[in-house]
Design a protein around this ligand. Structure first.
Ligand code: GLU
Length: 302
């Protein structure tokens, strides 16, 4: 574990961001400016300046990471553009994955010091409470209910609930949902809760992951998949002939980094990283979601 001050960390990360943005494309490890993921040169924390000499006094999570010499991060792995694992190459990609790497680098962790663990929507709070993971980055909406048991840093991204349907579907938005339209979403997610509460006559199907819902949609077992539009856009892009995203977002989902309740030192550290790292945030967005059609700006942290 190298030691340096946080301000150094931020300066280093800012430099890396300039390289990322293509201002210094000759730098080893700089990301391709076109947002591609080719050649593997832009993967992992090679993207980011790994902080040396970090000290987060009073953070139990940081103490645990320091003594373990590694950081355990909970993520999704079936959400293209956000949190995705290529099972053939073993490569992880996506906006959330790079946010997770950025945080890890700021804590002094190299790519090889990061252990990514798949944690589905329904298991997130418990895996943080149990200490199975050090933090969670995976389309995780900040809600008061979740804040009863964990804390969030952020928000770092804002999207809204949408609908994914078959390309020949007549559903054009949530107004078309009724007792004949079975809607699929993930167990423990805010979108499934929203349908249950506000569309009580609409039948629902639940799976642990959204990719299982997408499969059910393609097989004609459900009429729609509902979750955040940012997630649905990734699935539609994978099968543009079969699937389309319809309607306007009908909720607000503010993504946070899930952390252990009471670790305000880590929370402040991540929030400062986000606040001071606008260029890096933008570079991460451009690389992963820049060609998706999603238009967002970085939100201010709470
Ligand atoms: N953002 C929503 C949530 O946190 C839906 C996406 C997800 O399940 O990860 O519940």
């Amino acid at each position: 574990m190298r030691k340096t001050r946080i301000s150094m960390t931020l300066a280093g990360v800012a430099l890396a961001a300039l390289a990322l943005a293509g201002c210094n494309s000759g730098t080893p490890g700089a990301a391709p400016s076109d947002g591609g993921t080719d050649e593997g040169t832009d993967e992992g924390t090679a993207w980011f300046e790994v902080a040396s000499d970090v000290a987060l006094e009073g953070s139990p999570t940081f103490d645990k990471i320091s003594s373990a010499g590694k950081v355990v991060v909970g993520v999704k792995e079936d959400q293209p553009g956000l949190g995705y694992l290529d099972v053939v190459s073993g490569e992880r990609t996506g906006f959330d994955i790079d946010i997770a790497r950025w945080i890890a680098a700021s804590l002094g962790m190299d790519e090889e010091d990061i252990e990514f663990i798949r944690v589905d929507s329904s298991a997130r709070e418990q895996s943080i409470v149990n200490g199975d993971i050090d933090y969670y980055v995976g389309t995780y909406s900040i809600t008061d209910k979740r804040k009863d048991v964990i804390d969030f840093a952020g928000p770092y991204f804002i999207t809204g609930q949408g609908l994914l349907v078959a390309s020949d579907s007549e559903i054009t938005g949530e107004g078309d949902l009724d007792e004949t339209t079975n809607v699929c979403s993930a167990t423990g997610s805010t979108p499934i809760q929203n349908i249950r509460t506000n569309y009580p006559n609409v039948p629902t199907t639940e799976f642990n992951s959204y990719s299982e819902c997408v499969e059910a949609l393609v097989n004609g077992q459900v009429a729609a998949v509902t979750t955040d539009q940012a997630i649905l856009i990734g699935y539609a892009a994978q099968q543009p002939d079969e699937l389309k995203v319809v309607g306007e977002p009908f909720s607000e989902e503010r993504y946070g980094v899930g952390i252990t309740k009471g670790d305000s030192v880590l929370q402040d550290h991540i929030n400062t990283l986000f606040t001071d790292g606008g260029e890096i945030w933008q570079a991460i967005f451009d690389k992963n979601l820049g060609s998706s059609g999603i238009e967002v700006t970085q939100p201010a942290v709470d």
